[in-house]
Write a protein that binds this ligand. Structure first.
Ligand code: HEM
Length: 472
């Protein structure tokens, strides 16, 4: 006999509006804007950003065009993509840690790295990771099953751990030997310090003026550089000894050659790509998973449906899970709509351009914010409410490709999109078959933007075992 605790009833009748900063109704002063950008950039948006297709004007960052209409997004990210490059503010935040990795590279460097790594993310390659994803998820669930009902679990840390373990096991075939906790600490410090937008950077002050938060990020950057050197040296030594090595991300990067010049990637570029993939490849998915668990805890009926799906899928081989978990997938997609892990994408226009009759001056900043687009009044019904049914088959196909952009779009679209969606659904189903998470009374989280959009303070939830532990 299976003992399933009853779901709480109170939330069933009223729709739930998840936490988000209230957009301001009046323009901020310059000082307010700078402080707000530093504290939490997601708080800087005004109501008009969520109502107008394109908002354009001069700010402390020069001329900025915030583009939210799907047709205009398509223009910038696909049709006229050659006119747009990653902007200097974004690069100032990302480059010190991620170097010339795939996320930050431009031109030939980017092309070589993208072409080299694409095979690791093909549909077949990602399907090949299914069993490893399930094994790691099962190991997490076994750990969590030992906890007594009511134990507080740091869900943010658990999700960072599982996504890191999966990355290490699949793309890196376990070449990362340092404990995950040390990487977690380094990335948290990097995102927290380097991810804070400095007023000096907003005004493009010279690089020699010290930025305190950037200095605080230095130990993390040094740790990551040291780790990269060791990972590369170990793999090079294996190759030199003639050992058989997996054709994983490391081997592909070390072998990478530009077909035109015959040149490989430099040691620094290989290291930059490794750190980029660890950074971009686990924190983002971990945040999306945390938000999903938080939202499900607030929505008992949806949670019940997701649990029922997970129970049914549990009886099938894991290869068949994906197509049998529509509500789980929809809940994950809806969580990324409300809380896109990469909430702001930005570019600089090389030459002047025009979208929907509005001029984009040459060298000016263009912002495409998945956070705004996903909550835009012209694009979504009840944009601020958690309604995963929007993403169920039948409804999902009606969503404009450029109205839902958690992974970006065009040639710079997230290379790990399929990988992330695949692992997320496997993690959620594995987890929710066995345990349920709820928020402690009176506790909550709010979205905080530090490069990614994460729950703040860290998401801690109470665990309930859905089944008594079977003996043996
Ligand atoms: C839910 C999880 C994820 C989200 C929401 C996400 C989001 C994004 C977005 C929005 C971009 C485009 C950035 C831009 O246009 O400026 C991007 C790029 C990228 N992502 Fe992801 N990502 C996720 C998971 C992953 C995973 C699992 C990996 C690798 C294992 C990864 C690696 C990358 C890389 C390397 C790029 C740069 C691609 C390029 O410029 O060619 N991401 N991601």
């Amino acid at each position: 006999m299976v003992d399933i605790p009853a779901l709480p009833r109170e939330a069933a009748k009223r729709p739930y509006r998840p936490p988000a900063p209230i957009p301001h109704t009046k323009r901020m002063s310059r000082l307010q804007f700078i402080l707000s950008l530093r504290r939490n950039p997601v708080e800087t948006w005004g109501v008009w950003h969520f109502e107008k297709p394109v908002v354009s004007g001069v700010t402390v960052m020069g001329h900025v065009t915030v583009v939210s209409a799907p047709e205009a997004i398509k223009h910038i990210m696909v049709d006229n993509v050659g006119n747009y490059v990653k902007d200097r503010l974004q690069l100032k935040v990302l480059k010190p840690g991620l170097g010339e990795g795939l996320l930050t590279a431009e031109g030939e460097n980017w092309k070589v790295a993208r072409r080299t790594l694409a095979p690791l993310f093909s549909p077949r390659a990602v399907e090949g990771f299914t069993q490893a994803m399930q094994n790691q998820s099962a190991a997490m669930v076994t750990r969590l099953q030992k906890l007594e009902n009511g134990t507080r679990v740091n869900v943010s840390a658990e999700m960072a751990r599982i996504t890191f373990e999966i990355l290490a096991d699949t793309l890196f075939s376990n070449a990362i030997t340092t404990d995950q906790q040390k990487f977690a600490k380094a990335f948290t410090s990097y995102f927290e310090n380097q991810g804070r937008i400095s007023p000096l950077d907003i005004f493009n002050a010279p690089a020699w003026i010290p930025r305190p938060s950037k200095i605080m990020a230095q130990p993390a950057i040094q740790f990551l550089e040291g780790e990269m050197r060791q990972i590369i040296a170990r793999r090079r030594a294996q190759i030199a000894r003639g050992e058989t090595v997996s054709r994983d991300i490391l081997t592909l990067l070390l072998e990478a050659n530009d077909p035109e010049t015959g040149q490989g990637l430099s040691e620094t570029e290989v290291g930059a790509n490794i750190v980029t993939f660890i950074g971009a490849g686990h924190e983002t998915t971990a945040n999306a998973l945390s938000w999903t668990l938080f939202l499900l805890a607030k929505h008992p009926q949806i949670l019940a449906e997701v649990e029922a799906e997970a129970d049914r899928a549990g009886e099938l081989p894991v290869a068949d899970w994906l197509e049998n978990l529509p509500m789980t997938r929809a809940a994950f997609e809806e969580a990324m709509r409300l809380y896109p892990p990469a909430p702001t994408l930005s570019r600089t226009a090389i030459a002047a351009d025009e979208v929907m009759g509005i001029t984009i001056p040459a060298k000016s900043l263009v912002v495409i914010s998945p956070y705004i687009v996903h909550r835009h009044k012209l694009l979504w019904d009840e944009p601020n409410y958690f309604r995963p049914e929007r993403f169920l088959p039948g409804a999902r196909e009606k969503i404009d490709r450029f109205a839902y952009i958690p992974f970006g779009a065009g040639p710079r679209v997230c290379i790990g999109q399929r990988f992330a969606q695949h692992e997320a659904v496997i993690i959620l189903a594995s987890l929710l078959r066995q345990v349920r998470f709820s928020m402690a009374k009176g506790e909550g989280v709010v979205p905080l933007q530090r490069i990614t959009l994460r729950p703040s303070p860290k998401l801690e939830m109470l665990i309930t075992q859905r089944h008594p532990l079977r003996a043996g």
